[in-house]
Design a protein around this ligand. Structure first.
Ligand SMILES: O=c1ccn([C@@H]2O[C@H](COP(=O)(O)O)[C@@H](O)[C@H]2O)c(=O)[nH]1
Length: 269
């Protein structure tokens, strides 16, 4: 099963469109063992409520080699739980270097995973990511309109729309009837614009970060989904992992609430 198929299957079977972000902040823990144990506990406890899990590479990289080992353990644990992994690393470089990033994060033990990619160097640099993801059953999520307040500095004036059109072009070569291996990141903070991006990229799965801590509300995100309730992943990281300090039960309650609020907004279960 490809990443897009696995996510869509979980949405249909488990009734969830929630992407659980795992961004462990070193300051919250005594040491790396404590960080690892809590992060794995949150993963295991929230897995039945999630369509996929999204570790943010930066928080593991910040811990050096030990952190990268934890990231590897998180990915392995997710695979064991049958939970699709979306690595948020926002890679992008000239094509030959992009090919090395793609090999590192979309093949081997990461085959079938998804990776966020940055199109700033030009559309041709997306090709190694797209080809590798497609060949290994994974996916890439291209930054189209990010959730942060300053995104308009470079993403305004039709730039995001232009990237969206390119994403749609990249999706066009893939089999009909399912979401493509090329998806798009559109901030959940842009609720008003979601129907536009949904219509520009009908075959792309949308990743919607910004739920919770950045102020976006699940009830405002219906415009990102296809009429059957598939095609988008609403993502919360701090809002789940640190729903109430390090209380894993609170993480589960928060994930359940996000899942239910998304379903209520869509009128589905
Ligand atoms: O446009 C974007 C793209 C990625 N992110 C990432 O998502 C999470 C958000 O964390 P919260 O704690 O839920 O705010 C984080 O890893 C970001 O790097 C984003 O926020 N916006």
């Amino acid at each position: 099963m490809t990443f897009a198929q696995a996510v869509t299957d979980r949405t249909r079977r488990l009734g969830t469109r929630l992407c659980v972000g795992l961004d462990p902040r070193a300051a919250a823990y005594r040491d790396v063992d404590h960080l690892r144990a809590h992060t794995l506990d949150v993963l295991e406890a929230t897995a039945p409520l999630a369509a996929c899990v999204k570790p943010q590479f930066a928080f593991y990289e910040a811990l050096g080699l030990e952190g990268l080992v934890v990231l590897d353990e998180v990915c392995a644990a997710a695979r064991t739980l049958g939970l699709p992994v979306l690595l948020d690393a926002k890679r992008g470089d000239i094509g030959s270097t992009a090919a090395a990033y793609a090999q590192g994060w979309l093949t081997g033990r990461h085959a079938g995973a998804a990776l966020t990619v940055n199109p700033f160097l030009g559309f041709e640099t997306l090709t190694p990511f797209v080809e590798t993801a497609h060949a290994h059953g994974g996916a890439v999520f291209v930054l189209v309109k990010t959730s942060n307040p300053g995104q308009g500095d470079l993403q305004g004036s039709g730039v995001s729309e232009r990237i969206a059109v390119e994403v749609a072009r990249l999706c066009a070569g893939e089999p009909e009837g399912e979401y493509a291996s090329v998806g798009a990141v559109v901030g959940a903070t842009h609720a008003h614009d979601l129907p536009l991006y949904r219509s520009l990229m009908p075959r792309a799965m949308l990743l919607l970060p910004g739920l919770g801590a950045q102020g976006a509300a699940a009830g405002d995100l219906a415009g990102a989904f296809a009429p059957d309730g598939t095609g988008a992943l609403a993502s919360a990281s701090r809002g789940v992992q640190y729903a109430r300090d390090l209380d894993v039960t609170a993480s589960v309650h928060a994930a359940r609430q996000y899942r239910d609020d998304l379903n209520a907004a869509l009128g589905v279960t």
